[in-house]
Design a protein around this ligand. Structure first.
Ligand code: KG4
Ligand code: ZN
Length: 352
């Protein structure tokens, strides 16, 4: 089975072809960073227009480098939400046109399900697994019970973790996207120069809160002599922030492991996914927790943690295998929680 995947929900225009035996035949990602950089963040209208002008070319490149003809495709999958609605519409309309023209199934993919299932593309793992899903807009701990079946153990009560990285980077003058910039600056930082809080650490449950951490960074900067940020202050604060976030994640995930083991005593896998999963110190912290608790730890390669279309194509493979096909009148959903997945229609014309 070969599936074309399309991702346009944020600031990457991406297309990929993936097979059901877990081979990524192509994975093309065009970042819109240059278009958005002058504004210090993503401008939805600019994003949508950039998707319109580049998506056809990106799909052609994905098909050409996969050496796959349209007749060989078994389905076309596109992110149908959650995300910036203009971009989502561009990807969904393009996928529907291909599905209609080639008479192949259309698969409307929840972007978060793309992240959540990536570990099954890269590694041989089985349901149910424990997942920390950390991206620009989402922070969740879930048990992935099956395709389309998610039990949420915790989420953020205010900012998403990627958002906290991005806002911290902005306050430190590190630019956008903030996560990689903070991680880079933290490499040369020294611990113990500033004190930051660990919100919700030690409390019951698996929820997160990051707004207090953000406020603490702002007031720390304001208290600096003349409010001046030296290079070493930027590096030290980046490291303190990253360490505080890792501490909180460690605490919350430890609680989640207990809940997971209570529900599934034979459950044996902890997975991290989403853009923030590219952060090496967070990955390392989780790998230690997994080792302590006797769990296998899976962190997909960094280029499959940040937004890409291989994960969307793979979610398409998983859904098509279960005959979860979507109608061509499927409406894109700007908001689409994973644990309230809409049922898809079984499709009569699935190729085997
Ligand atoms: O999953 P993703 O690519 O897009 C969304 O679906 O949101 O995640 C993007 C987020 C951004 O907030 C970015 O700053 C963060 O992931 N990120 C990182 C790193 N690389 C990307 N955060 C921390 N460390 C990184 N190395
Ligand atoms: Zn994402």
């Amino acid at each position: 089975m070969k599936i074309l995947g399309i991702e346009t929900s944020c600031d990457e225009t991406a297309a990929a072809v993936v097979t059901d035996d877990r081979v990524i035949l192509s994975n093309i990602v065009r970042s819109q960073l240059d278009e958005h950089a002058p504004y210090g963040g993503i401008v939805p209208e600019i994003a949508a227009r950039a998707h319109v002008s580049t998506l056809d070319y990106i799909i052609t490149r994905a098909m050409t480098s996969a050496k796959v003809e349209y007749e060989e495709l078994d389905g076309v999958a596109a992110t149908a939400g959650p995300g910036l609605i203009g971009g989502v519409i561009v990807g969904v309309m393009t996928a529907k046109a291909i599905a209609l023209a080639r008479n192949i199934p259309f698969l409307a993919i929840n972007h978060l399900e793309g992240h959540a299932l990536t570990a099954r593309l890269t590694d041989d793992i089985h349901f149910p697994y424990l997942l920390l899903l950390v991206s620009g807009g989402h922070t969740q701990i879930l048990i992935v019970e099956d395709v389309g079946c998610y039990k949420r153990l915790g989420t953020t009560i205010d900012d998403a973790i990627g958002e906290a990285f991005d806002k911290t980077a902005r306050m430190l003058g590190l630019g956008y996207p903030g996560g990689p910039a903070v991680e880079e600056a933290a490499k040369k930082g020294e611990l113990g120069k500033f004190i930051l809080p660990r919100p919700l650490k030690g409390r019951n449950g698996c929820n997160f809160s990051f707004s207090g951490l953000k406020t603490a960074i702002r007031s720390t900067i304001e208290k600096l002599p003349e409010g001046k940020l030296s290079k070493s202050n930027i590096r030290n604060l980046s490291l303190e922030f990253q360490t505080a976030v890792s501490d909180v994640i460690g605490d919350r995930v430890s609680n989640a492991v207990s809940e997971y083991k209570n529900l599934y005593p034979k459950g044996d896998t902890l997975v991290i996914a989403g853009g923030v999963a590219a952060n090496l110190s967070i990955r390392e912290r989780l790998s230690h927790i997994a080792e302590d608790k006797g769990l296998r730890f899976i962190a997909p390669p960094q280029n499959l943690c940040t937004d890409n279309a291989a994960m969307i194509a793979w979610a398409g493979v998983e859904r098509l295998k279960q005959k979860l096909i979507d109608d061509l009148d499927f409406s894109p959903k700007p908001r689409w929680p994973l644990d309230a997945d809409a049922p898809s229609m079984p499709y009569a014309g699935v190729k085997s």
